[in-house]
Design a protein around this ligand. Structure first.
Ligand code: ARG
Length: 276
């Protein structure tokens, strides 16, 4: 595949990191002892937002809430497809209050709200890939949530078990390169060691042509990338991934989100896709 892929316009929801800090530790990337430069996080976040707009996408923003430092990771706020917003139910109490804030914003903006009952962390673990939903479990989102979203959207859900605590959400181990809005058949990149044997087999079967990421890409959270089917916005340190993307006909766009990595997130974590 060397021809250029076509871009599809996306609508994203983001939350400025006004109150971002690391005051608790719920993943191995977080270290309370290292001070966070919130102003730098805000500047990096603004560049990411502006980049999406320059690429032709619509970016909506939700007001950050004091005392919710991880609210910047909008991907965890909900899952939105077919005009329906499914609320998140966070694993850790520190993040619980983010869910109603996101659901209210989405309801106020015309999405039919579904108050979920099963533990799930939104698009961190539930990714649309063409016709199916890929759903992670093992660290955060429960298998019960996979059933709940399958019923809610009447779509096939492919459950994938994550086994490495550094890659605690599906979006840290797998990128949907094409088809995240469901309009095209999916193409994905993933890091095989992040999954158990059965899930690796499932992925090989579903995506025999997938791009397999290397340790060096995964270790800088390079797979926490956002694709509009053509441009793939990713961490600058993921240089092998960038080369492999170019060979497949994508346009890698490096954006520094290093300060946001202090909380364990990159570009994708900061971006919730709003599917009409
Ligand atoms: N500190 C946050 C947590 O551990 C980071 C979330 C990153 N988001 C993501 N979509 N992977 O919950």
């Amino acid at each position: 595949m060397t021809e250029q892929h076509e871009t599809a316009r996306r609508r994203y929801l983001m939350c400025p990191p006004t109150f971002f800090t690391v005051s608790y530790e719920i993943n191995p990337w977080m270290d309370r002892r290292r001070p966070v430069d919130t102003a730098l996080a805000v500047a990096q976040w603004e560049r990411l937002r502006d980049l999406y707009r320059d690429l032709g996408h619509t970016v909506e923003t939700i007001d950050p809430v004091p005392g919710l430092p991880d609210m910047v990771y909008a991907a965890n706020g909900a899952t939105v497809q077919d005009g329906v917003a499914c609320s998140s139910v966070f694993t850790y109490p520190e993040r619980a209050a983010e869910a109603p804030a996101y659901l209210k914003w989405l309801a106020d903006h015309g999405y039919a709200p579904h108050a979920a009952t099963a533990t799930n962390e939104g698009e961190g673990d539930i990714l649309r890939a063409g016709d199916v939903l890929l759903a992670g479990h093992g660290f955060r989102t429960s298998l019960a949530a996979h059933d709940e979203v399958a019923r809610l959207w009447g779509r096939r859900v492919v459950s994938l078990r994550l086994v490495d605590p550094r890659f605690y959400h599906l979006d840290t181990a797998l990128t949907v390169l094409r088809g995240s809005d469901g309009r095209h058949p999916a193409d994905v990149a993933y890091y095989p060691p992040a999954f158990d044997d059965a899930s690796r087999e499932t992925l090989e079967h579903l995506f025999p042509e997938a791009l397999l990421a290397q340790d060096a890409d995964a270790e800088v959270l390079g797979l926490n990338a956002v694709s509009d089917d053509r441009h793939v916005v990713h961490a600058p340190a993921a240089t092998h991934l960038a080369g492999a993307l170019r060979e497949r006909g994508y346009e890698p766009v490096a954006v520094d989100t290093s300060e946001l990595l202090r909380g364990g997130g990159g570009a994708k974590c900061c971006t919730l896709e709003l599917r009409a």
